[in-house]
Design a protein. Structure first.
Length: 407
């Protein structure tokens, strides 16, 4: 295990693919893709039955080449179905508040205890989305589901070129209470309807008897593609799912001695995700700012795969890391209405590793550390169950891959 504690998200490898994994389509698939693209491409396009139907810049950015292909695969390559599902998701994203309501400040009360964490990447580059139900800190409410969605969106921001889905790692140890089926169902429905093909792995340890018994009953009826994504009590390092240096030591067998200190982690995550998203949008604009631009291109996949690297800048952000006893008091005293500042420094590189340096100046109450932060999961008890259940719910999507490129 690493001797130094880690308090912030870590960066992925420079590249996981030598070429675009979704680059090649059959003639039939390309024809279907072209039909969907042509539907959304005209400058006069507007969402049906919506007062302001014109697509915003962010919505056009969302309708990428890979996004269209995900919806086509989830729709079993039925063009009309894919178009309808895409339009439904575009409307839902507006109504749900993904572009205005769901801010870091709004969802932060759900994040105070670290019940959902983005940290590290799988061996194939999937962002690792940790869920710890025992850290549940709020009463059941819509915001719990909104927090799950917000964390999923941040995992998408942080995906390397060529990566399209997430690895969920759920630790059911020391459960505070049973998951709410209502919340779990909401999360599953959102994932099925508006995040097709985003489940890469669902890994669960210390699984309660009832959940384990349920899956033993249903797994024989789950399609093989989805079944392969579900793993109970795995050794993620020995099984080759994660490299040691990309996985938490606690409960999961990696060598990263991660400790959740809310003020430190949250500030770094928000900054890192915002930096990555801003960089992608800027490149997307350079490529024409239209629907159908490839995520591989605006994430500069070819450049990363060639080993050229991307220009790097760094920003030092001073953060206070409370000692464990003081940390609990500090976290609970954070007012819900008081936003956490992200940063005032220039945007650094997305490829630097945002880890706490061992330049610590110990004081009586806190340790002030200089941290290199680069750029900028879900409710603990209930969304964890939702993410687990997603394995079954994603079956139709995964099984619909057909002749498309493999996951």
């Amino acid at each position: 295990m690493s001797s130094a504690k880690v308090y912030t998200p870590i960066s992925p490898l420079p590249s996981y693919f030598s070429s675009n994994p979704r680059g090649e389509l059959s003639a039939t698939e390309q024809s279907m893709y072209n039909e969907v693209l042509a539907h959304f491409s005209p400058g006069t396009y507007a969402l049906p039955n919506v007062e302001k139907g014109e697509l915003s810049e962010f919505e056009k950015f969302w309708v990428s080449r890979e996004c269209i292909l995900r919806y086509l695969r989830a729709s079993k390559w039925k063009v009309d179905t894919a178009i309808q599902r895409l339009e439904n998701s575009l409307k839902w994203r507006r109504e749900y508040g993904l572009y205005d309501k769901l801010t870091p400040e709004y969802v932060e009360p759900e994040a105070l205890t670290g019940k959902e964490i983005l940290f590290g990447f799988s061996s194939s580059g999937k962002p690792a989305f940790y869920m710890v139900p025992s850290r549940q800190n709020t009463q059941e409410s819509p915001r719990q589901v909104e927090f799950a969605v917000w964390m999923l969106e941040r995992s998408i921001d942080l995906m390397p070129a060529g990566v399209e889905n997430v690895a969920w790692l759920i630790n059911f140890a020391q459960r505070a209470k049973n998951p709410s089926l209502g919340i779990a169902r909401q999360v599953v429905n959102i994932l099925q309807d508006h995040y097709p093909e985003r489940l890469g792995l669902a890994l669960a340890i210390n699984v309660p008897f009832l959940i384990s018994a349920f899956f033993k009953l249903v797994l024989p009826f789950v399609d093989p593609v989805t079944r392969e994504k579900l793993k109970f009590n795995p050794n993620v390092v020995k099984d080759g799912l994660f490299a040691e240096d990309q996985c938490m030591a606690d409960a999961w067998g990696g060598n990263q001695d991660f400790e959740y200190v809310h003020e430190t982690y949250w500030k770094a995550l928000v900054y890192k995700a915002e930096e990555a998203r801003a960089k992608h949008i800027a490149k997307w604009k350079d490529l024409g700012a239209n629907v159908g631009i490839s995520e591989w291109d605006y994430k500069e996949g070819e450049k990363a795969a060639s080993g050229e690297g991307i220009e790097e800048t760094e920003a030092d952000v001073s953060v206070s890391i409370p000692k464990p006893k003081e940390a609990i008091v500090t976290v609970l005293d954070v007012p819900e209405s008081e936003p956490v500042s992200t940063t005032t420094t220039p945007a650094p590189s997305a490829d630097a590793v945002p880890m706490i340096k061992e330049e610590e100046h110990k004081h009586k109450d806190t340790i002030v550390t200089n941290t290199t932060v680069v750029g900028g999961s879900g409710h603990g008890g209930t969304a964890a169950a939702g993410a687990t259940a997603t394995g079954g719910g994603d079956g139709g999507d995964a099984g619909a891959d057909g002749g498309a490129a493999a996951e």
